[in-house]
Design a protein around this ligand. Structure first.
Ligand SMILES: Nc1ncnc2c1ncn2[C@@H]1O[C@H](COP(=O)(O)OP(=O)(O)OP(=O)(O)O)[C@@H](O)[C@H]1O
Ligand SMILES: O=C(O)C1=C[C@@H](O)[C@@H](O)[C@H](O)C1
Length: 146
């Protein structure tokens, strides 16, 4: 819709390693994954005129937060826990949710830690719960004023 090149930091990690995210977590742990994520976002934020979707945990890095806010317009896609639970229910590719702990509890814990960080760097916030992906995209484009 914006006719800009699209990148996703998870996909870029998978492209560079030739492994999927779950495999990277398995071999290198979350710590190893976060180092890769920080490096990939460092490189991608050097590019101009792109749309970048970041992994949900990327904001845990202060360097990443600084790079995203310094080099881009940051849109926080806010989704209530209820929706997050529904949308991830059948997804087996999210290592942080493949644990004994109930997904809702994990998602609540992650949200408590991360929501203030998303809010800190967001230029604006769009709620994704009541609208289709296309409607969310239109709303973002309206807010950008492009
Ligand atoms: N507005 C929406 N309405 C309905 N379903 C949605 C909407 N946005 C995303 N979804 C669904 O939710 C699931 C997760 O979405 P997606 O993979 O885009 O998450 P993400 O933001 O990339 O998460 P992460 O950054 O943690 O990888 C997918 O099945 C997707 O189709
Ligand atoms: O929220 C997270 O920490 C994650 C989200 C995904 O995008 C992946 O980056 C990975 O599964 C971790």
């Amino acid at each position: 819709m914006l006719h800009l090149e699209f990148y996703d930091s998870d996909q870029e990690i998978e492209r560079r390693t030739g492994a999927d995210i779950a495999w990277v977590f398995d071999l290198e742990g979350e710590e190893g994954f976060r180092v890769r994520e920080e490096n990939v976002i460092q490189d991608l934020t050097e590019l101009q005129g792109i749309v970048l979707a970041t992994g949900g945990g990327s904001v845990l890095s202060k360097e990443t937060r600084n790079r995203l806010s310094a080099r881009g317009i940051v849109v926080y896609l806010e989704t209530p826990i209820e929706k997050q639970v529904a949308r991830t229910q059948r997804d087996k590719r999210r290592p942080l949710l493949q644990t004994e702990e109930a997904p809702r509890e994990v998602l609540e814990r992650l949200a408590a830690e991360r929501n203030p960080l998303y809010a800190e760097i967001a230029d604006f916030t769009v709620r994704t719960d009541e609208q289709s992906a296309r409607a969310v995209a239109s709303q973002i484009i309206d807010q950008l004023g492009f």
